[in-house]
Write a protein that binds this ligand. Structure first.
Ligand SMILES: Cc1cc2nc3c(=O)[nH]c(=O)nc-3n(C[C@H](O)[C@H](O)[C@H](O)COP(=O)(O)OP(=O)(O)OC[C@H]3O[C@@H](n4cnc5c(N)ncnc54)[C@H](O)[C@@H]3O)c2cc1C
Length: 391
């Protein structure tokens, strides 16, 4: 049986970062992954350009049962440190809206950088490895039986990620390990995911599919303003993905289609100048959207004949358009999963489980989900670095 100081399950963002950092501390590290390639999610992230962090990372950008949990790791490894690492590897990057940083040449560079760091730190990565059995043994640590042999480790780090995107080998393995050792796991659901509609709404959106417009969406007390993209099944785009983290089935969402406009004042002006509603709305959105909107929400009489109350109601239909999504598009289309290993079960400083000494959880397997914008990777890096100091 081969012996290591640290075995890490999952060669994704958090696992590779932790491996390199622990390796630099002189720990003998082995990373195991059942997938044929390391860090598959990094490769497809950010549309292939990897939104690897954000210039403005705050605890408020994270959703977790215990909002204080993320503070320590994020403070100890701010995004500036990851940016420094990226610069040391001569990776070109650009800042996009909302402080989001993306590689210029492609996400593969981030994977290459992490693998290079693991090589320099002499941390071993072993892919295509299926874990059959895990056991904790007093004085020994952990025994890990796999398709490629058996291993012993003092510390076991679970970095197996969340449930989103199962076609890239996402699994609930980390949650099952937590449960095996008696840790609580918060229920999971898809996050950063499109919202879908059924029957007539689905058909309505499908007709408009491909359309993109900047809107403001309010849901469950949270408000986001970014681009909305209409799809064949409903709505997507950054503003919808952000909203999906907070939306619960059965709840409405409220869309302000014209967030820069005082819609009532404009309708009153249109009325006084006897102008066309269709022309006005076409100019502010698109001809296609305006026509579809007016077919769905026609004014039952000419603008000139509308009372102030009728104008007010119509203005509200545009600025507080209330919709009831049927569901999310599910894990297949989600960027993350909400829920995961209960943050009350692990130390926010070391990420070690309180119930099982030597067992650590980092990255998305924990009940920590970031907003869209590089926050999820920053969580993976920061939790990995904190854990690597402790293993
Ligand atoms: C399409 C898409 C785009 C995204 N874009 C961005 C972005 O631009 N910016 C951002 O911040 N976040 C983005 N994310 C989210 C981000 O990818 C994740 O939050 C991040 O990868 C989580 O890191 P992790 O190391 O915890 O898990 P992962 O990176 O998912 O790594 C987990 C690893 O564990 C392995 N594993 C799972 N089960 C087992 C098992 N049973 N045995 C062995 N190994 C196992 C997996 O194969 C995987 O390699 C995106 C996600 C998706 C799906």
């Amino acid at each position: 049986m081969q012996q290591y100081d640290v075995v890490i399950i999952g060669a994704g963002a958090a696992g590779l970062m932790c491996a390199a950092q622990a390796g630099y501390r002189g720990r003998q590290v082995l990373v195991l992954d059942h997938a044929p390639k390391a860090a598959a999610k990094i490769r497809i992230s950010g549309g292939g350009k990897c939104n690897f962090t954000n210039l403005n990372v705050k605890p408020e950008h994270y959703i977790t049962q215990n909002p204080h949990f993320v503070k320590s790791a994020l403070a100890r490894y701010p995004s500036s440190q990851f940016i420094e690492l990226v610069e040391r590897h001569a990776i070109d990057y650009e800042e996009r809206s909302h402080g989001q940083l993306f590689t210029m040449q492609g996400a593969g560079q981030i994977i290459q950088m992490l693998r290079q760091e693991c090589d320099w730190a002499e941390a071993k990565i072993q892919l295509n490895t299926h874990i059959h059995k895990l056991e904790a043994q007093a004085d020994v640590g952990f025994i890990i039986q796999t398709s490629e042999g058996d291993y012993m480790a003092q510390s076991l780090v679970v970095a197996s990620g969340g449930l989103a995107y199962p076609k890239l080998k996402a699994s609930d393995f980390g949650h099952r390990i937590a449960q095996k050792f008696g840790l609580n796991v918060m229920p999971s659901r898809p996050g950063l995911v499109p919202l879908v509609f059924k029957s007539s709404w689905k058909d309505w959106f499908s007709e408009l599919s491909g359309l993109s417009m900047e809107v403001e969406i309010r849901s469950a007390g949270h408000i986001f303003r970014e681009a909305m993209l209409v799809t064949h099944h409903g709505i997507s785009g950054p503003v919808v993905l952000q909203t999906s983290n907070y939306w619960q089935p059965g709840q409405p969402i409220e869309i302000n289609l014209l967030p820069d406009k005082d819609v009532l004042a404009e309708l009153k002006q249109l009325k006084s100048q006897s102008q066309s509603l269709n022309k006005w709305l076409s100019q502010l959105t698109t001809k296609r959207f305006s026509q579809a909107w007016l077919a769905k929400y026609p004014l039952d009489k000419p603008l000139a004949e509308c009372t102030d109350k009728e104008l007010e109601d119509y203005a509200l239909s545009l600025s507080q358009w209330r919709l009831y999504p049927e569901d999310t598009a599910g894990y297949d289309k989600a960027e993350v999963s909400l829920g995961g290993v209960d943050t009350n079960e692990v130390s926010s400083k070391t990420f070690e489980s309180y119930k099982q000494p030597g067992l650590y959880f980092i990255g998305e397997v924990l009940d920590v989900t970031g907003h869209l914008g590089g926050y999820n990777f920053q969580w993976a890096w920061a939790s990995a670095v904190a854990c690597a100091q402790a293993v």
